[in-house]
Design a protein. Sequence first.
Length: 72
Amino acid sequence: MKKRFNLEDLDCANCAAKMEAAIKKIDGVEDAGVNFLTQKMYVEAPAEKFDEIMDEVVKVCRKVEPECRILR
């Protein structure tokens, strides 16, 4: 399953790259991307674990960019 999300208050391209790298390390994530210019993110993961994985995605993103919000 692949879902796209809008981001709010992502401040720099370096933070976007760090977020993307951290998301890709989460167990179960098949692919992910974070685009600073469009303020969008996509996550691809198995449907049966998607919500659980997204909880982890939110946690790792907050560590990198505490002000950034993932609009679900």
